[in-house]
Write a protein that binds this ligand. Structure first.
Ligand SMILES: [Zn+2]
Length: 134
């Protein structure tokens, strides 16, 4: 969505990494917020709109509200679930040798227990080429 990028906060580019091969190069822009924006070209500005920040902003607000709530039980439950999902994302990312941002894990809480529903791995054409080439 276009509104998503317009609303996305601009973050300072910390470093740019050139990735890919066979003339199929893209640039990973490490932003000051810790997210990585992959673009086909090197950014000409020193800051980029971070869609990841925008996406996680609403979630962050929810977590913040949970943290300040009196229900400590819910808070603990939430944070352990969060770290479990992060662990799963990290191991999937390592398996495919992609960035953490390329992995999306969808879960739900049933009877106070975290259930993984499914995971999505976004593969760029470079990743596909790398994985399918034997
Ligand atoms: Zn960000």
């Amino acid at each position: 969505m276009t509104t998503e990028h317009r609303k996305a906060p601009r973050k300072k580019v910390i470093s740019v990494k050139r990735v890919g091969e066979w003339g199929n190069v893209s640039y990973e822009h490490l932003l000051s917020c810790g997210h990585v924006e992959t673009r086909p070209r090197k950014a000409s500005t020193d800051s980029l709109a971070c869609a990841w920040c925008f996406k996680s902003k609403n979630l962050g607000k929810e977590l913040l509200q949970l943290g300040s709530s009196t229900s400590a039980y819910m808070d603990d439950d939430e944070s352990s679930g969060e770290s479990m999902i992060n662990d799963i994302r990290a191991s999937i990312a390592a398996r495919f040798n992609v960035s953490l941002e390329a992995v999306d894990v969808v879960s739900s809480i049933e009877n106070y227990e975290l259930k993984i529903k499914y995971a999505t791995v976004f593969l760029s054409s470079i990743d596909v080429g790398r994985i399918t080439k034997t």
